[in-house]
Design a protein around this ligand. Structure first.
Ligand code: NAD
Length: 244
């Protein structure tokens, strides 16, 4: 039985993780922690901390996990470059599963995106479109960023140089190498992601739509069980699912 602490327990994802954890026979939720609670006081009771709190909080959570040699599952998105770099260093000390999206469907979308980009080649223009609920704070979504990273990696281009966020005004013709990124916000949309491949005379669109947060929560709990018996290192959900 894997002993799990949920950080950010009162949030949308936190509440879903607590509910899904209760019915998972391989998990014991030893604490749910949110603002005002004392994570250092309870961390020793756990095998793994699952962090779905706030992007500015995850670095300190990770450093605490490293001090106590506890595995970490990172669900938050939108970290600064500094925080990312500091969190990446912790991989030499503890196992970390870090995924912008824990759903099986989205991780299959990552795999399909890599394949489609390889097969279609440079003749197709690529754009990423994502939509989330009106309360989401960061944009583009972590999942859309992962998709763009996959596209840039397969196409062997610099994402920093080629990423084009939205378009406004006289922006000129589209270049062959740019990767368009568009963030829609509204209502209670849990998370939609589409990769558009637009060629001459045909268009391929790969779309995933999440209708419930349970898919992320169950994936993150599966990652928590998997992480506990790993060597220190950095892993993603494709590793957990054996998709690599
Ligand atoms: P939310 O705002 O509903 O919940 C965040 C919770 O964290 C809140 O209850 C807040 O009080 C708590 N929190 C803030 N500071 C804290 C601290 N110092 N210690 C403990 N708790 C603290 O947000 P959400 O929709 O549940 O999303 C949380 C994060 O997870 C976001 O970064 C979001 O982008 C990400 N997310 C990731 C996935 C994925 O599959 N990786 C899926 C959905 C959401």
């Amino acid at each position: 039985m894997t002993k799990v602490i949920i950080n950010g327990a009162k949030g949308r994802m936190g509440e879903t993780l607590l509910r899904c954890g209760e019915t998972n026979p391989d998990i014991e939720i030893v604490a749910g922690v949110d603002v005002g609670d004392d994570l250092p006081a309870v961390i020793e009771q756990s095998d793994v901390v699952v962090d779905f709190s706030f992007h500015e909080v995850t670095r300190a959570t990770g450093e605490l996990c490293a001090q106590h040699k506890k595995a970490l599952v990172i669900g938050t998105t939108g970290h600064s470059a500094d925080d990312r770099a500091a969190m990446l260093k912790l991989q030499s000390e503890i196992p970390i599963v870090w995924a912008s999206n824990f759903s099986t469907g989205v991780n299959t979308l990552f795999w399909l995106t890599r394949k489609a980009t390889e097969v279609l080649g440079a003749d197709f223009d690529i754009e990423v479109v994502e939509m989330h609920h009106r309360l989401k704070r960061d944009a583009p979504s972590g999942t859309a960023t992962t998709l763009a990273e996959i596209l840039a990696e397969v196409r062997k281009v610099s994402l920093e140089k080629e990423l084009r966020h939205g378009r406004e005004g006289i922006v000129g013709e589209r270049t062959d190498s740019e990767i368009g990124m568009h963030s829609l916000r509204g209502g209670d949309v849990v998370g939609d992601h589409t990769v558009v491949y637009a060629g001459n005379g045909e268009r391929l669109e790969l779309t995933h739509k999440a209708a419930s947060r349970d898919t992320f929560a169950n994936g993150a709990l599966r990652a928590a069980i998997w992480a506990c018996c790993r060597e220190p290192g950095l892993y993603n959900m494709e590793n957990v699912l054996g998709l690599e």
